[in-house]
Every structure is written in structure tokens, then in C-alpha cells.
Design a protein around this ligand. Structure first.
Ligand code: ZN
Ligand code: ZN
Length: 393
């Protein structure tokens, strides 16, 4: 008995490559922003129905789930792809460039969707598994909060479509196509957004002693915030605190009433995340007080830390190694300071989020970026084999 031979290989899907490229290019031509993925969901649902899936739509917005049962296996596995595009004007010059002004698939979600459709196609035509496959096409990954993953879960995703484990992938520019990168445990950062509005007392630039200058308070606070990393964070922990926006004033001879700082705060451990919030609130409040100013704090929690389950990550790594060979698998891959709402799925079910090399393309969220079509068949074979192996476990 050699089960190995029955699991999906790269050759098994090679005839799908052209069809998947056509699907990907049509998604690329007509990108849709977060929470507007109506046509994308339509295309996905049509394909899934055509291949014999039971299709459910409108889950947490434009979410689509395609379910395929085969045999009498009791195990159930979920695979997720994200579908939304970004508010970026495309500059690739590709023949299948975005036809929509100021909207572009610059994060490769067109590719992730096409890859999962490829697996749907392969699984449906071969049916070399016994159990239940739930293919989850998620809207609104790029929103930063109240995202598609949260909304699909709140809409009963795992009650309606039970999954014993869940898997997802993201392309990764700068690594060769066909390379898979894994990391068990915390893999991608929690990301919170904080707005600090400092209220002073406006006045004449020539009479600063009669005013409370919010620009000076805010400037001092920007520097003081840096000590949260150097003095309050365990040196072995990774933390990012970026003041990405500083808005204040209109004229050289006027001291304004207020100044506004916008911060991106990233961390990899829940206790570090809590510590940062506590310290940012305390520091901002007392810092403002010490200047006779006051501060209003708007702390918006974004995606949590993405934590890969150790066992499922080892399993997913083995699947990749069988498919592309150990020389094309990197594990453990370094943690990434970006954030990803797949973290919410991993809070609900064990699973693994993998990064897949996208070749030497432009970076994600860049106007010159494009998903690497060579990954379409490779990714489809990977998901197919992972499903077959998971359900056979
Ligand atoms: Zn993105
Ligand atoms: Zn993305």
C-alpha cells in the first residue's frame, strides 16, 4: 500500500495552469475594495457550483463557502482565501491591468482566490478524499478592524460549516516562487491603531507664555513614546511603535488649539500588547498634564497576533516538503511585523498560515506589484494534497 502515490502532485494539476491564469487575470482586471466584493463572490460561487459544490453566500458580507463531501470520513477541514483589493492606482502596465480607477489587486488576493479555486477544481474532479472540505472565500481582509474574518465568524461560520482545522496562505515577494515558509507559534503581529489628540490653548506666536502649545507637547510625546520600547519592553520581545501621522497648525504666527498623532502599534504577545496599551495611555495622559494640556485617546484594537498551531504547522510543512522538496521549504521562517485577519480563524480552530514565495516582484501594496502566475498550479496542488492528507489522517 502506497498512499503517497495517491496524493496530489504538481504534475496532477499542470493542465489547470492556463485556466487558473485566465481566472486570476479576470479577477485582476475587475478588483473590488473591501466589503464591495460582489462580482468576485459571484464568479467564485459560479465556479464552485459548476464543479458540484454546495455553495453558501452572504456570510459576513460577501463571504462564500463551498462545501464538498465525499465518502463517509468524519473529518472536516477548512481552507481560506481572501478576495478584496486595495485603493491603489495600478502602475504595472500589464495587459490585464485593473480597469477600475484607484483600485488594484496589490496584495495578491486575486491569486489567493484563484489558487483556492484551482484546488476546488482538482478536488472535485479527482475526489481522492473521504470527509468534508469547506472552501472559505473571505471578503474584507484589508480593513484593519471589523474585518471579513471577524464578520464571517460572527455570522456562524464554524457552526454552519464545522472545521476541525483551518489553513490559509499569503504570497511573499522576495522569495522564489514555489517556496513555502512556515513558523509555528506567533507568526504575524497584532496591530493596533491609536489616535492621540492633544488640546492646549491657542494664541499668538509672539506670546507663547499665554498659550499652551500642543505642538511642543506632541513633539515631546513622540520622543517619550520611543521609551516604551527601549525601557518598558523585554529586550527579547519584538515591538513596533510608529507615529505615522502628526497633524497640527496652519500658520507660522499662530499657536494652534490642538495637535493629532496617529500611531501604529505592533506586538507578538498578548501581555506585551496589553502593557503597551496601558503605558501609552498613562504616558500620553500624564505627559499632557505636565504641560497643562489634555489628551483624548482613541485606541482601536486591530487584528490579534496570528498564532500557528505547532502540530498543524508541522503537518502543513510536511505536505509542502512532499510536494516541492525540502530545499523549497523554509522553517522556521522569521516572524513578520505585518498583520493578517486570518489570526481570528486561528483563535477559533487550530491550523496554519503559510507564506509562499512570489519571486522578485514589487512589494505587497505597491502599485507595481503582481501575483506570480507560476504559483497558481503549485498552490492548487498544495491545498489539494493538504486536504487529501488531512482527511486521511
Ligand atoms: Zn494586504
Ligand atoms: Zn494580503
Amino acid at each position: 500500500m502506497n498512499n503517497q502515490r495517491n496524493f496530489c502532485s504538481l504534475e496532477d494539476v499542470s493542465d489547470l495552469a492556463d485556466g487558473l491564469a485566465l481566472i486570476r487575470h479576470s479577477l485582476h482586471r475587475y478588483p473590488e475594495l473591501s466589503n464591495q466584493e460582489q462580482e468576485t463572490a459571484e464568479l467564485v460561487a459560479d465556479k464552485l457550483r459548476e464543479w458540484g459544490y454546495q455553495v453558501s453566500r452572504g456570510i459576513g458580507g460577501y463571504g462564500v463557502v463551498g462545501t464538498l463531501k465525499h465518502g463517509n470520513g468524519a473529518r472536516r477541514v477548512g481552507i481560506r482565501a481572501d478576495m478584496d483589493a486595495l485603493p491603489i492606482q495600478e502602475l504595472t502596465g500589464l495587459p490585464y491591468s485593473s480597469q477600475r480607477d484607484g483600485c488594484m489587486h496589490a496584495c495578491g488576493h486575486d491569486g489567493h482566490t484563484a489558487v483556492l479555486l484551482g484546488a476546488a477544481w482538482q478536488l472535485a474532479r479527482t475526489r481522492r478524499f473521504s470527509g468534508t472540505v469547506n472552501l472559505i472565500f473571505q471578503p474584507a481582509e484589508e480593513t484593519g478592524f471589523n474585518s471579513g474574518a471577524e464578520r464571517m465568524i460572527a455570522d456562524g461560520l464554524f457552526e454552519r460549516f464545522p472545521c476541525d482545522a483551518i489553513f490559509g496562505l499569503h504570497n511573499h515577494p522576495g522569495y522564489p516562487s514555489g517556496t513555502f515558509m512556515f513558523r509555528p507559534g506567533p507568526f504575524m503581529a497584532a496591530c493596533d491603531t491609536v489616535t492621540l489628540t492633544i488640546y492646549g490653548k491657542g494664541g499668538h506666536a509672539a506670546r507663547p507664555h499665554l498659550a499652551v502649545d500642543p505642538i511642543v507637547v506632541a513633539s515631546s510625546l513622540v520622543m517619550a513614546l520611543q521609551t516604551l520600547i527601549s525601557r518598558n519592553t523585554d529586550p527579547t520581545e519584538a515591538v513596533v511603535l510608529t507615529v505615522g501621522a502628526f497633524h497640527a497648525g496652519h500658520a507660522a504666527n499662530v499657536i494652534p488649539e490642538s495637535a493629532r498623532l496617529e500611531l501604529s502599534v505592533r506586538s507578538f504577545a498578548p501581555d506585551v500588547r496589553r502593557m503597551l496599551e496601558t503605558r501609552i495611555r498613562a504616558l500620553a495622559t500624564r505627559h499632557a498634564e505636565s504641560f497643562d494640556a489634555r489628551v483624548e485617546i482613541d485606541y482601536v484594537p486591530g487584528y490579534p497576533v496570528l498564532v500557528n498551531d505547532a502540530d498543524e504547522t508541522e503537518f502543513a510543512r510536511q505536505v509542502a516538503e512532499e510536494l516541492v522538496g525540502a530545499e523549497h521549504v523554509v522553517a522556521p521562517f522569521p516572524a513578520i511585523a505585518g498583520s493578517e485577519d486570518f489570526a481570528y480563524f486561528l483563535q477559533q480552530r487550530p491550523g496554519c498560515f503559510v507564506r509562499m514565495g512570489n519571486g522578485d516582484s514589487a512589494m505587497l501594496h505597491n502599485a507595481a506589484y503582481d501575483f506570480n502566475d507560476a504559483n497558481l498550479a503549485i498552490g492548487a496542488a498544495y491545498w489539494t494534497r493538504l486536504v487529501e492528507r488531512y482527511l486521511a489522517r
